[in-house]
Design a protein around this ligand. Structure first.
Ligand code: SAH
Ligand code: SF4
Length: 360
């Protein structure tokens, strides 16, 4: 049997090529594209303006199956919902929808697992399985776009803060971004899609050189190499001074503000020493710091900082003119922290199934 073409992996020129290869006129590509990216249909049989005969042919030639939902959870306040998808090869990925005022923000995955091994992160604790394709990244967005459309709403923001390191899967991630910002398609503004990175210096430099308009967030979490090495193994490869150089280059080349992420861990990176070191490091850079009390995970003993410590940390930063926001981790009751739903699911599966029947 010939392999099916994954429609979500195709950009418009590739879709046009595919359609003409099938012996169909070019305008069919536009029709299919609209069904996918403005109507969000997930089944060829719903593409009502295609001839029935073509729909039958497409059903055997293409695949829109990029995963089945194995767990879906709503937070108790109904503001956060999280889906665990199982991809056709058995891998798990998570996607989260967060509703806040008029915002409908999706937190999406770019890899199954992650190779970076940050000690506090549930995804880092499980290790790396594989990169996602651009179609698998896009499909997570379309799933929730379809759900929101049924309520007369739409996706307003995307953050690449689910499972995986987006810049470790650079090409597929940025191809997915390009697909989502296509104006005669899904049409989300580039500025609404935030790429979050652990700090892969060559990739940040490439991103800066490409003049990308999608905002960049860097997961810093510590202001000295000694502390950061303990939390983020990749810091040994690209220490803070090199990382900050690349961040400065990004700000200069794009003229855009950069965001730093900081998970506050009690007695670890929430000390006033760290706050002052961070203040000195960022002084004068066009940036903003997001302070997020740690979300505890099974594989790491750290605890979130107290409110008083968070306030003291923020005040110390402000004395350097560095702005920051304290973010509340939303959806903790549904394991909406990165990697946590997949963790919970496989732990439960392990209890039920013989050990070697689970991939991980
Ligand atoms: N790999 C990318 C994006 C995915 S992680 C990155 O590291 O930036 C998304 C964000 O969640 C990162 O800022 C990461 O440091 C943070 N994070 C991971 N585990 C966390 C935890 N247990 N508590 C708080 N933040 C966490
Ligand atoms: Fe990977 Fe980001 Fe988790 Fe680090 S924090 S292990 S880079 S997903």
């Amino acid at each position: 049997m010939t392999q099916k073409t994954h429609l979500y992996d195709l950009d418009f020129p590739a879709l046009t090529h595919f359609v003409t290869e099938l012996g169909e006129p070019k305008f069919r590509a536009r029709q299919i594209w609209n069904w996918l990216y403005t109507q969000y249909v997930a089944d060829v049989s719903e593409m009502a303006n295609l001839p029935k005969e073509l729909r039958v042919r497409l059903a055997t030639a293409v695949s829109l199956n990029t995963g089945k939902i194995v767990v879906k959870q709503e937070s108790s306040d109904n503001q956060t919902s999280k889906v665990l998808f199982q991809l056709p090869d058995g891998q798990y990925i998570e996607t989260v929808l967060m509703k806040y005022a008029k915002r409908r923000t999706l937190c999406i995955s770019t890899q199954a697992g992650c190779a970076m091994g940050c000690v506090f992160c549930a995804t880092g604790q499980m290790g790396f399985f594989r990169n996602l394709t651009s179609g698998e990244i896009v499909q997570q967005v379309l799933y929730f776009a379809r759900e929101l459309a049924a309520e007369g709403e739409h996706v307003t923001n995307i953050v690449m803060m689910g499972m995986g390191e987006p810049l470790h899967n650079y090409d597929q991630t940025l191809t997915a971004v390009d697909r989502l910002i296509t104006t005669d398609g899904f049409n989300l503004g580039a500025r609404k899609i935030t790429i979050s990175t652990v700090g892969l210096v060559p990739a940040i430099r490439r991103y800066a050189a490409e003049g990308r308009q999608t905002p960049l967030a860097v997961s810093l979490h510590a202001a000295t190499d000694e502390e950061r090495n303990k939390l983020i193994p990749v810091n040994k490869r690209w220490p803070i001074a090199e990382l900050l150089d690349a961040c400065r280059e990004y700000v200069i080349k794009t003229g855009r503000r950069i965001t730093f992420e900081w998970a506050l861990i009690n007695g670890e990176n929430d000390t006033l020493d760290q706050a002052h070191a961070l203040g000195s490091l960022l002084k004068g850079l066009i940036c903003h710091v997001n302070l997020i009390p740690l979300n505890p995970t099974e594989g790491y003993g750290g605890r979130p900082s107290s409110r008083e410590q968070v306030d003291a940390f923020q005040a110390a930063l402000a004395s350097y003119g560095v702005s920051s926001t304290v973010r509340v981790r939303r959806g903790i009751d549904i394991q909406a922290g990165c990697g946590q739903l997949r963790d919970r699911h496989t732990i439960e599966l392990r209890r039920k199934l013989p050990k070697d029947s689970i991939q991980s």
